[in-house]
Ligand binder design. Sequence first.
Ligand code: GSH
Length: 209
Amino acid sequence: MIDLYTWTTPNGRKASIALEEFGLPYTAHAVDISKDEQFKPEFLKISPNNRIPAIVDRNTGMSLMESGAILIYLADKTGKLMPKDGEKRYRVIEWLMWQMGGPGPMLGQVHHFVKYNKGKAPYAEERYLKEAHRLYDVLNKRLANREFVADEYSIADIAIWPWISRYDWQTIDLNQYPNVRRWYVTIANRPAVKKGYDVPKKVQDIPMP
Ligand SMILES: N[C@@H](CCC(=O)N[C@@H](CS)C(=O)NCC(=O)O)C(=O)O
């Protein structure tokens, strides 16, 4: 049994979608970041960076923060969605790290400046939108002749997908990136993704282009 501490955000949804895909039993605990619940002392014990998601594995007592680390942990625990060794494993880690260093922080800045603070910082809006388009272009090219970012559907797709699901917040027209669009729709239709998207509560239907 896994305890998942999460909220209705891209990083939170990575963990709940993965838990659904792995078929692991878990209990979701809502940490409402709009009410600063991520700063509560009891949450800081398992997430010293005061951010969601975090997990506690009741079998081992181990706690873990950082969505990338959580995805690798769960993949290793179940032996699913990431090869055990060899080049294929590192290809998954490569694209997982691309997400952690690229779309995560950069699209997060687009949400901050373009969606929530439009007009306040035109230079920042331009800078992060340009970077968003560059990242979408990288992903579009990567998906030109493959179904998923690594060799098979993996934790790397699970990490990237929730950030792309906010394409409307990012003012991105997915028709401009047809390979990303095709990949996005394929993953959106997976039953585990539909279930994991609504954790810890349903906010809206999955956006569809
Ligand atoms: N690198 C971290 C980022 C986690 C993160 O930024 N989580 C956001 C929600 S998507 C959060 O908890 N924000 C709370 C805050 O900014 O105080 C991860 O991938 O887990």
